[in-house]
Design a protein around this ligand. Structure first.
Ligand code: SF4
Ligand code: FES
Length: 360
């Protein structure tokens, strides 16, 4: 029997509440309500249990994690447990008082999302007036507090022409890293795919801009780049492989191998019923697609099976109706041509109306 390596990181969705309404939000369509959120003591227990099974990083996310007034207490607890702490935020609630509290709690790193490079575009995508202006001010506070800063730039058909300006914005804020991530189509983004998916020409131009910037800004800015699966020939190892390195906890305490896993018909458990370690080790939902034993051809026996782990289960289900199918992002999948045709047709249709994220 092979021993299970410890996970690297835990992502805590502290809340689904958020002042923004981004149409590509990675939260599920059915959002948890405030009254169902875990309390402070339970989150602290979860952090201790996760540290106990060997995670190194605690990511505080949402929704907007700064909606929770106990955020500094949770960060302090994670630091006490020896974890690296990262805040993933829209930053529109980050003022000087709260920045000081987070820094004093021991926060290591902040990731701020930007929806564009100029206010009209960015505020329209966020669905919130003056969001962009507040984010710029918050980025300054992060740097003044001496914390590491990453800019999360989610790109799609409607804002890709601002990519060069977004790279300039990252430099101007003093960020050490920017993640240029094309939208991945799960949850809200899947619902808004026709309004977001880029054309092949746009994608190629974005890739050229990123490659050029990497050469120009080497040593000054690290640029991570995530391409859209719809134009890929091989899938990415979603979450580093199912239940191999990461797990998520939803606001109400469901433990998942990835943020979109609730779309799969699997019996995911709550950390109010079993410990983090027990769920990680043997929960049926975690075991379902861990490793390679579940794979059928063409993944079974493929030389890349332990590189990309068959791609994304959530995408396989969304596009083929079968969560155990090869991710259609793979050129060896019988569904690959359908995926590419979809991208071509929807990007050409050029609809720009959003279904904004909201609690129904
Ligand atoms: Fe990856 Fe499966 Fe495609 Fe092989 S066949 S490259 S394992 S998705
Ligand atoms: Fe769930 Fe990819 S998002 S496996």
């Amino acid at each position: 029997m092979t021993t299970l390596p410890p996970p690297l990181a835990m992502l805590m969705e502290l809340t689904h509440r958020c002042p923004l309404k981004c149409p590509y939000c990675s939260n599920p369509l059915g959002l948890d309500r405030a009254r169902d959120e875990l309390d402070t003591a339970t989150w602290q227990r979860v952090i201790s249990e996760a540290a106990g099974i060997g995670i190194l990083q605690a990511h505080f996310s949402g929704g907007e994690p700064m909606v929770r007034q106990d955020l500094p207490d949770l960060i302090r607890h994670a630091r006490t447990e020896g974890l690296y702490t990262n805040l993933i935020t829209s930053a529109v609630l980050l003022d000087q008082r709260r920045m000081t509290a987070l820094a004093e709690a021991g926060l290591d790193h902040v990731q701020i999302s930007f929806q564009g490079a100029e206010p009209d575009m960015a505020d329209r995508i966020a669905g919130l007036d003056r969001a962009h202006e507040k984010k710029l001010a918050a980025a300054r506070l992060v740097r003044e507090a001496g914390l590491a800063l990453t800019i999360n730039a989610v790109v799609h058909r409607q804002n890709l022409d601002q990519l060069p300006a977004m790279l300039d914005l990252a430099i101007a804020t003093g960020a050490q890293r920017i993640e240029v991530a094309h939208v991945q189509y799960y949850g809200w983004a899947l619902k808004n795919r026709a309004a977001l998916i880029p054309t092949r020409t746009q994608l190629d131009e974005a890739t050229r801009i990123v490659e050029d910037a990497r050469r120009r800004l080497a040593g000054q800015l690290v640029i991570d780049y995530v391409v859209p699966d719809y134009y890929a020939s091989r899938p990415k190892a979603c979450m580093g492989g199912w239940a191999r390195q990461f797990f998520n906890i939803t606001p109400s305490g469901k433990m998942l191998p990835c943020h979109a896993a609730e779309t799969l018909d699997l019996p995911f458990e709550r950390i109010t019923e079993r410990s983090v370690g027990a769920i990680w080790a043997d929960s049926p939902g975690f075991r379902a697609y861990r490793g390679t034993g579940w794979m059928a051809p063409p993944c079974r026996g493929c030389a890349r099976a332990e590189i990309d782990w068959g791609g994304c289960r959530c995408q396989a289900l969304a596009l083929t109706g079968n969560a155990a199918a090869t991710d259609p992002a793979c050129g060896l999948s019988p569904d690959h041509a359908m995926m590419a045709d979809l991208a071509g047709a929807e990007s050409a249709a050029a609809s720009d109306n959003f279904a904004y994220r909201m609690i129904s």
